[in-house]
Design a binder for this molecule. Structure first.
Ligand SMILES: Nc1nc2c(ncn2[C@@H]2O[C@H](COP(=O)(O)OP(=O)(O)O)[C@@H](O)[C@H]2O)c(=O)[nH]1
Ligand SMILES: [Mg+2]
Length: 285
């Protein structure tokens, strides 16, 4: 799991891109490798499974540079597909800090997507962990190959509460870096928070429970959670700088008290921050 080493001045974290076969995990890794400046990433390594039939997955070291004075590195890996490679997928989850769950929006892949989420939960359980323990970001991918209802349908079936979610077209890069930026920030904030809490605990030999509680709250305050990271990009269109919000539906519309209520969610493109709103339209009789 994530390491913050103040003496060495370093933070290390691990992100796994998880999802059913064909969901777009490899496409994500390729886009990240292509778009990040060379000094912000290592080589994209295409790994092969030890078991047969041989399947491929990717490893990519990402260097975020100095984040609040600490040299920050992220180990990113995708997973191989296929029933034969469940054990290898499980191994790749060891020590993970955050998962980008690549959910395939194509209707004929919803079943496989749900199964993939179940597999993820099962493997985490084998490490004594739960989905809720780690930072989960859902990437609804293949956006270009599904209609507007697909997201709602799949979202309901997955029944998870991700820290953030994105709609992406990984094959052309849409949304990929915004998704990586969001999960990186969330993970780094958590690692720092944990390290601060550990330091506080070890600095207080006989902690009085009544006093520890407010200190903990302070550490978890919103301000403290904000980690400024910049993922620089090579000379390509900077999608995270595009600014603005994306609007997605966040549930079914309802008619009540002569008005139509439509739950919607605004997602800030650059950070993944979500704002839930309800549109209320009065019905003229
Ligand atoms: N149209 C479209 N194709 C995609 C998208 N994401 C990935 N692909 C393509 O789908 C295929 C499978 O993607 P890949 O990244 O290999 O899936 P993986 O099995 O999860 O690693 C490749 O041909 C990708 O180029 C997308 O959002 N839209
Ligand atoms: Mg792949």
């Amino acid at each position: 799991m994530g390491v913050l080493d103040r003496e060495a001045g370093e933070i290390h974290a691990k992100i796994v891109y998880w999802g059913s076969a064909g969901a777009g995990k490899t496409a994500n890794a390729q886009v990240i490798h292509r778009k990040l400046k060379k000094d912000h990433r290592g080589e994209l390594q295409v790994m092969k499974t030890a078991s047969k039939p041989v399947a491929r997955y990717e490893l990519l070291p990402v260097e975020l540079g100095s984040v609040r004075g600490l040299k920050t590195s992220i180990h990113l890996n995708t997973t191989p597909g296929g029933d034969a490679h469940e054990d290898e997928r499980r191994t790749l989850l060891d020590g993970v800090d955050g998962v980008v769950f690549v959910a395939d929006l194509r209707p004929d892949r919803h079943e496989a997507t749900v199964a993939s989420l179940e597999e993820l939960k099962g493997h985490l359980g084998s490490y004594g962990r739960e989905l809720e323990d780690l930072i989960l970001v859902v990437q609804y991918n293949h956006r270009d190959e599904a209609d507007e209802n697909a997201l709602d349908k799949l979202h309901r079936r997955l029944d998870v509460k991700p820290a953030s979610q994105f709609e992406c077209i990984a094959s052309d890069g849409t949304g990929v870096l915004a998704c990586l930026t969001a999960i990186s920030k969330l993970i780094l904030a958590r690692i720092r928070q944990q390290a601060d809490a550990d330091e506080l605990a070890s600095a207080t030999p006989e902690p009085a429970p009544q006093k520890a509680a407010p200190a903990q709250e302070e550490l978890g305050s919103d301000d403290d959670d904000e980690v400024e990271i910049e993922i620089e990009m090579a000379d390509v269109e900077d999608e995270s700088a595009a600014g603005g919000f994306r609007l997605v539906t966040a549930g079914s519309a309802e008619i009540a008290d002569g008005a139509l209520r439509i739950p919607v969610r605004l997602i800030e493109e650059s950070t993944g921050r979500e704002i839930d709103l309800s549109l209320r339209l009065s019905l003229e009789s």
